[in-house]
Design a protein around this ligand. Sequence first.
Ligand code: ADP
Length: 482
Amino acid sequence: MNIAFLASEVIPYAKTGGLADVAGALPKFLSKLGAEVRVFMPLYREVRKKNLPLEPVLADASLDLGGKRVTFSVFAHRAGGLFVFFIDQAAYFDRDQLYGTAAGDYPDNAERFAFFSRASLETMRATGFRPDVVHGHDWQAAAAFAYLKFSYADDPFFVGTRSLFTIHNLAYQGLFEKDILGRIGLPESLFNMNDLEFYGKVNTLKAGILYATAVTTVSPRYSREIQTPEFGCGLDGLLRHRADALRGILNGVDYQDWDPATDRLIPRNFGPADLTGKKDCRAELVRMFGLEAPADLPVAGMVTRLAGQKGLDIVCEALDSLFGLGLTFVILGTGDPKIQDFLLAAQKRHPARLGLKIAFDERIAHTIYAGSDLFLIPSRYEPCGLTQMYALKYGTIPVVRATGGLDDSIQEYDPLAGRGNGFKFVEAAPEALLSAAARSVEAFRRPQAWPALVGNAMAADFSWERSAAAYLDLYKKIAATA
Ligand code: ADP
């Protein structure tokens, strides 16, 4: 079965969030199950700088994007079970960042990613890679579904091709002005409510939801949540309309990259049988951030985009009370300048209790997963969330809000039965967070209880095998539809 995977970020090449983790891992596991997967992504500057041995696939190719001739090249890279086609178009992708600068999104993002989608389809045809399923991810790849429906409808090459659209985060919809349709070569007649129009704008995500053969999200609970007005971001009606074609498949973890027994980015390795290495990781983390953390009280870590979605406002509001519970914090994140400023000011007030690094840094992230006792994820919504699954593997106990994939993957610890792998709260409010945090501190201080809880956490298995098998089943079902 041939699968064309379209994603705007893929580890180990370029990453801003969980999409990259999924797009770099799922294809490897699908290949192990016998699928032929080609991953398509843009050749960003960041990828260029890695000086990978890229194999030329297409030179001087070109396509028509709304009346404009755009030339491009394609390079391939095969490593670690991934087979990637990089779309090289310097004017669009040879830039410092993936999506924009601190000043905002790049103004031509609609063209950039529509071009990426179209060039990926053209590359399939030029290389003879005839996909049974085109699997596109998030709004950046969603134009592909409109092109398949409107530009390639009569193209014999794609006649047997079906499609799957995965929504990793419904809040990012790729909204642009009406005139974009013409500029990316789609019919202007699509500017109507039943197609791509959305409150006076063009909504790129709608192309995936409407025109793909089937739609998935990254957890079962999120697939239900997005059909409600509270989580539907204005698209809940449309998603209810497509409910029969919509389902949730929980993301997995690539334990090749995320295992404390083999992780090369952490100060000392450890496993469930011997946690001395974890103690050393905590000591190193505390030293790195210049903290004073009493041994009988937990260190709580966060690795996160600093965005409203992630519930940092709840943490900010509860911060002094959390210190009152005896917690020491380590936070790694980038994003919203307002949240950054608040945290920087809090750190000035509590330099020994709040370690803060405003950066995107893989090594520090791994050290936080390994060296913390608790991992805080108070998200307002969370399509899947990978960080709680990573934390579990490192014996770091998640304290999470019961939403989306967090609710699907974390079970409240029951001290009497000894079951559960974390602590959950329901209301998006500081009191609710505090109460869950208080339960976690209490458990930490009970030397009989804590190791059992850590054991439960480390035993949780979210390996990709299961999710990849679910995707493969779905591809087969989709491929068989008329
Ligand atoms: P989202 O995709 O919404 O940001 P996920 O939990 O699905 O959330 O995935 C986040 C991924 O990004 C994880 O791999 C996490 O470790 C990583 N990450 C987030 N912020 C940072 C950071 N500042 N530095 C390093 N890694 C980060």
